[in-house]
Design a protein around this ligand. Sequence first.
Ligand code: NOJ
Length: 532
Amino acid sequence: MSERLWWQDGVVYQIYPRSFMDSNSDGVGDLEGIRQRLDHLAWLGIDAVWLSPISPSPMADFGYDVADYCDVEPLFGDLAGFDRLQDEARQRGIRLILDWVPNHTSDQHAWFQESRSGRSSPKRDWYVWRNPKPDGSPPNNWQSVFGGGAWEWDEASGQSYLHSFLKEQPDLDWRNPEVVEAMHDVLRFWLDRGVGGFRIDVIHKIAKDPELRDNPLHESGHPGYLGQRHVHDENHPDTQEYLRGIRRVLNEYDARMTVGEVFIVDPKVAASYYVNGEGLHLAFNFAFLRAPWSADTFREETEAFEAALPGGCWPDLVLSNHDVPRHASRYDDPVLGEARARVAATMLLTLRGTPFLYYGEEIGMRNVAIPDDQILDPVGIHIHPAVGRDGERTPMQWSGGNGAGFSDETPWLPIGPDSDERNVEAQRDDPASLLCLYRDLLALRRTTPALHRGDYRSLDAPEDVFAFERRADASRVLVALNFSGGERRVKLGASTVRGGLRTVHGTPLPERTDEIHLAPSEAAVLVVDALD
Ligand code: NOJ
């Protein structure tokens, strides 16, 4: 059996640094706080941590507006603190993945300051500057994802610059080879420092139509960004060449990886970012972020991505991140909410692909309602409070009491109202807790080749049940997930059960798989003999 490949066989845990652990009592999380909590991550059994941006930033988009790619934001610490965090993580077998934001910088980045200084600046063409149309209107009809037009007028130089997100986030021009080289050097800076790889922000945005033609309008008649078909400002064919270039940089190093955010929920489009093994190592499959609580939908989405993937490429699995409401909230239910969170965890950690966990999901954290006057996220401010992302970014709930063990000062976002009951300390010693289920699943996954590297095959199952087999040589596992609120009997063939787990704590494993009895919203993971 080939050697374990950490980013493929392992599990990644996303940390939103502002919200994980505040070590210096300023209400905002930091790298030293993460270091202090490494034992939690090691105990849980994850293989890598993806840190949302940690570079210096004016925080107009909470770090996704980078003012210097090769340093650490003072709120979070410094480079020495980063090295210390990385060393101590590596001692626990945990690699760090950084967030690389190639589409845009902050307007405070020295490159943009230089570019903005005048039309003859040597960095003018590092960004996308254009003259207005003869009637004075913007150069084209492109819209910002965060609301309003995508062009910002600069009075001093009489041109506008493109910004796909906030006006504080000007787009770099990837058609300029100097930009490509500078951004590759950013990758090398961190790769030389030993990072495991990168999560790449909005990679589908970096290549645009060279003529900057207008986007056609959508039939929906929706105003703004949603009202256009993004044929000229997203997913341009030239992206493939940029992906190859990024891969060549990664290939200069041993066992490093990229995972790209392709915010286009079409499995074929996402799969094209692997460039047949010459592009991204992983492209996020975001289908589950929009899936209703339905066995059929999860099965169909799983199989659509499997079918779209080029040979030899590896899928990934995501239920939550810092841009969408937490899945424990999306799938919540007054009676079955907790049981569903257990089924979701089981699905995420047993399907074929690299799972990405989002901090706090291991204790079932829910989205927190943010009062209108406390909204900080620019999406909540510029578009609508209902789509703001603060609710999924609230502080990690470590223990009960004021500050929930996150901070002894007022935290930057409110702490969940359930933190006294729902926290790491309360769940850690309770073998029936969600936290212990995550830990058990991670341990089972790690020690079972079928689960971390096996093939996937769908199995026949009754209505509302998603059942599948995972197999790697002699290692074989059968998984049955009951999405319904009723009991289900599932026939999984005549195998003897050797191990596994089920999500209703304390129910013994069946001896055989001929007919499994699942309680409402229960899942079972059954390690069986290779041959029936
Ligand atoms: C995607 C990131 O995930 C999101 O948080 C950010 O606001 C945008 N890209 C802009 O960088």
